[in-house]
Design a protein around this ligand. Structure first.
Ligand code: MRU
Length: 349
């Protein structure tokens, strides 16, 4: 198995997702600035993976700060946190990770500068390990919802590459396979960045999980023909009412699924819940470079000078979400009640 994110003591090492599946390259980010650029430039992507990477980037920034006292270290902490927070706006796991590191800083500060630097390194390393454990727990809960023989549509990449390992949506599929079920995955290519074609298909192929790649506009066709049994995606931010923000195109898939009576499941850790917002309307949607739409692998595919939009995420209204699977269990509507409960408990809501 590959490592999506590795900590080697003085660098954050990332599998470079821009070049998959053509090249399996690793990029060593040797300072906090390089870590932030790696997030912005999509070397690493996927909500939980971004969170863990940012935490390691903060730890690296403090380790290299050269600060002589706690106050200068705190100033450096503010700088590196702001740097990480400015990378990508939508996935709330990023801000969750930054807040957790800030809280830990304060908890450790009584012990002095060295205790803070060492403690934050340990915290970030623990977050990486915890993420894998959480994904396995989500998988175990979710596997029960996957019938034997299921043909599952997924959108974007919510796999090992989008997390520290194992995956959220793909973790649920892996867990179903580990439980002895036969499944087939239909992967949307996921224009414009092609996370489905480049990453999901690559990951599943390596795991010997049968995968069929389709373009995004084929999903309705296969649903209408009865060739898709369920939809499973990850999420970048889930509002307190259960609105699910995920990769652009997820909403269209959810509308189609509802029309065809197909269950739509979102799999995401509690760190993806944003219980401070009432609905998905409050989620900032990242707009990415227009070249992602106007060009394909460096070749222009649209006329120059035209208007282009490139929102990277959309919001699926809670009414279209059959269930939300997190590490504590399975939540169903009414989400405004069940999400709060499940976020705190180990019980299924
Ligand atoms: O722009 P990306 O590739 O970071 O978007 C990723 C997604 O939308 C994933 O589906 C989401 O982060 C869930 S990952 C477990």
């Amino acid at each position: 198995m590959f490592d999506t994110i590795r900590w080697d003591g003085d660098a954050v090492v990332l599998i470079d997702q821009r070049y998959l599946p053509v090249k399996e390259d690793y990029l060593a980010c040797r300072d906090a600035g390089a870590v932030a650029s790696a997030i912005t430039d999509m070397v690493v992507r996927g909500a939980p993976a971004i969170g863990v990477t940012a935490a390691l980037g903060i730890a690296l920034g403090l380790k290299q700060s050269g600060a002589k006292d706690l106050e200068s270290l705190r100033e450096r902490m503010e700088e590196v946190c702001a740097l990480m927070a400015g990378t990508r706006p939508t996935a709330v796991n990023l801000f969750w990770a930054i807040d957790r590191m800030k809280r830990r800083f304060e908890e450790l500060s009584e012990g002095g500068l060295e205790a803070v630097v060492e403690g934050l390194e340990r915290e970030a390393v623990a977050m990486r390990a915890e993420d894998i454990d959480i994904n396995r727990r989500m998988g175990a809960h979710g596997a029960a919802l996957v019938p034997d023989g299921a043909r599952i549509l997924t959108h974007c990449n919510a796999g090992a590459l989008a997390t520290a390992g194992y995956g959220t949506a793909l973790g649920m599929m892996r867990a179903a396979v580990e439980a002895g079920k036969k499944i087939e995955v239909i992967a949307d290519e996921t224009r414009p960045f092609l996370q489905g074609a480049r990453l999901t298909a690559w990951e599943l192929e390596r795991d010997n999980i049968p995968v069929t790649l389709i373009t995004d506009n084929m999903a309705g066709h296969f649903m209408a023909r009865g060739e898709i049994d369920l939809v499973i995606t990850g999420s970048d931010r889930i509002a307190s009412n259960g609105d699910v923000c995920n990769k652009i195109g997820t909403y269209s898939v959810a509308v189609l699924a509802k029309e065809h009576g197909i269950p739509f499941y979102a799999v995401a850790p509690v760190s993806t819940f944003d219980l401070s917002i009432a609905s998905g309307k409050e989620i900032p949607i990242e707009e990415r470079p227009l070249e992602e739409v106007s060009h394909f692998q460096g070749v222009r595919v649209a006329p120059e000078g035209i208007t282009i939009r490139n929102p990277a995420f959309d919001v699926t209204p809670n009414a279209m979400v059959t269930a939300i699977i997190c590490e504590n269990g399975i939540a169903r509507a009414p989400y405004s009640e069940t999400l709060r409960r499940i976020a705190k408990s180990e019980q299924a809501a």
